[in-house]
Design a protein around this ligand. Structure first.
Ligand SMILES: [Mg+2]
Length: 181
């Protein structure tokens, strides 16, 4: 089986929804996606300290699941060696929060397939789905760039805009593979 490494934040889990909530609490104004196109919310003027929320217990525990992420991840899990690969060690509470989040939302993923790491250059595989070019650039296999506000101007990788596009990419990959066999 080919190996797919799947990121959590901004791929499986919607951190921007939470940052929008925190921004609204702090500044009394609800952001629209176009307000932070091409950047992260905490890169907006005056908002730098919002990033500190990630150090708090629970930040990563109640993030919304990206649309169609569960069903597509389950389809991939049945057809590939799927690993969840997430940079977690900067935020010590995220280690438990992410474990519990996966247990709740993607319970079919065996604990052997969960990699809570520091630097993803340690990860090897055939495919990596991630929203950060920095992670894809250090990967030995094929990188798929999952669209997020901060990466809309990044190039050089096959772009997937949502989980249905991920599903279709790997359905084609399996068909092509079977065609060659
Ligand atoms: Mg990410």
């Amino acid at each position: 089986m080919k190996r797919i490494c799947i990121d959590m934040d901004e791929v499986l889990a919607d951190t921007y929804a939470k940052f929008e909530d925190i921004y609204a609490e702090r500044f009394g104004r609800r952001l629209q996606p176009e307000d932070y196109r091409g950047m992260k919310i905490y890169d907006l003027p005056g908002a730098a300290d919002i990033r500190n929320a990630m150090y708090e217990p629970g930040f990563f525990r109640d993030l919304p699941v990206m649309e169609h992420a569960r069903e597509v991840a389950e389809e991939l899990y049945a057809n590939y060696e799927v690993f969840i690969t997430t940079a977690a060690t900067e935020f010590k509470h995220s280690l438990i929060d992410k474990w519990e989040w996966l247990h709740e939302h993607l319970p079919f993923i065996h604990h052997h397939r969960i990699v809570l790491c520091g630097d993803k250059r340690i990860v090897h595989g055939d495919f990596m789905i991630d929203d950060k070019v920095r992670n894809l650039s250090g990967f030995n296999g094929t990188g798929l760039l999952f669209t997020a506000s901060h990466n809309v101007n990044d190039e050089g990788y096959y772009r997937v805009n949502n989980w249905l596009e991920v599903r279709d990419y790997f359905r084609r990959e399996r068909n092509d593979h079977q065609g060659l066999a």
